[in-house]
Design a binder for this molecule. Sequence first.
Ligand SMILES: Cc1cc2nc3c(=O)[nH]c(=O)nc-3n(C[C@H](O)[C@H](O)[C@H](O)COP(=O)(O)OP(=O)(O)OC[C@H]3O[C@@H](n4cnc5c(N)ncnc54)[C@H](O)[C@@H]3O)c2cc1C
Length: 441
Amino acid sequence: MPDFDIIICGGGPAGIAAGITAGRRGAKCLLIERYGFLGGMSTAALVNPWFTFHNQKGEQIVRGVAQEIVDRLVALGASPGHLRDTVGFVYSCTSFDPEVYKRVAEEMLREAGCRVLYHSLVLGAEVAGPHLREIVVACKSEQRKLRAKVFIDTTGDADLSAFAGVPFQKGRETDGAMQPMTMNFRVGEVDLKPVADYIRQNPKEFHHETLFDQLEPLTGVSGFFALWRDAKLDIPRDRLLFFAGARPGEVNVNTSRIVGKDGTNAEDLTAAEQEGRRQVMLIVGFLREKIPGFENSYLLALPAQVGLRETRRIVGDYILTGEDVIQGAAFEDTIALSDYPVDIHSPTGVGLTLSGAAEQYYGIPYRSLLPRNVDNLLVAGRCLSATHEGHASARLTPTCMAMGQAVGTAAAMCVEGNHLPRGLNVSELRDALRTQGGRVE
Ligand SMILES: Cc1cc2nc3c(=O)[nH]c(=O)nc-3n(C[C@H](O)[C@H](O)[C@H](O)COP(=O)(O)OP(=O)(O)OC[C@H]3O[C@@H](n4cnc5c(N)ncnc54)[C@H](O)[C@@H]3O)c2cc1C
């Protein structure tokens, strides 16, 4: 007898949305998370703000559970909601207080009836033919074996899929090099007015798409090219990149860069944590000394872990490509939308490659969440089936939440109708997502 209808492994943006959705449909579900809190990269790695709920034209294309989360945060004064992205990469950005988000996420899961198990690491799987029978979980007290009818892998790193024998890829097709890691951090006591004044006076020193005539409120800054170059910090990056936090005076800095490491290898992760903190200390000093408005700033918080943009990507029934993203691919089994560009931080050097986004949006097909070889497993989030380029767009947080909502719904429908994920009627899944306020076209 299975212990649960659905077990969701990993409590990041995708797992949270999956758990809320599956729980609301009445499935008996459990979400397993290795840390003592939810949020994944948004909380553990201090990735902030969320990009993006809108397409380039300003039309909202991610709604559903993701928007409900934002609404709750706004109601609690823990997010300003969607604001224009002053860097000009995309239309909107959505900052949030990560501490309040941790509580909002677990409260929404509790209300939905999805149980949560913290401090538990999924570290193995037992398969019988194509069927994932049980998972092995290292809990603080003991090692447990848990069974479910359907499993969902939202570990970001495709841990469960890898343990279950699903084929996966890592990095670029040419050399396997993955996007660099970044140790984000929060800074307090920043005055953004002098920053905006400096941008107006020195526009050439900033990203060319910066909204120079719309810097109020200032939500993001990419540049300070000359000051950064002159400081000659030992960091493989060409600019300072930071975003306004959800609270006055707070800024999230996304500038460090750790190249050549594999986020599924403990030695590499250890080296990356240490290198990340080394770079953070250099950047904190640089900000205080050189950047207007940061004179009194201080390091408010380091993350619980270094940020991982890219690790394993499963091989599923469809592999989303960079062309799909740029050309605005539409699929009969689209279950989520995005219009984020292909955003590749150089895996080996200082640069950033941004390829244009689709005119309206592209679709993420259900098939890219169906892993090969295993018949009762779904994935969502940054471990989806995609090429290095396709992944570089679909990995963004609101998109991961939308994918999570789709697999949570799909898994619950499988339990209700006694189907396997591959046997699900996808047009019924799309109808269900529309009913929940989601967008699939
Ligand atoms: C440096 C950096 C900057 C970024 N910038 C932005 C940005 O500005 N805006 C934006 O929207 N997105 C950004 N992203 C992308 C975004 O943060 C991630 O792609 C997104 O969080 C992925 O969501 P996920 O749920 O798939 O995985 P994750 O967020 O990685 O969550 C996975 C969860 O699973 C848990 N887990 C992992 N393995 C196990 C296991 N074996 N057992 C139990 N639990 C496990 C983890 O603890 C975590 O809670 C950035 C990412 C990075 C690293």
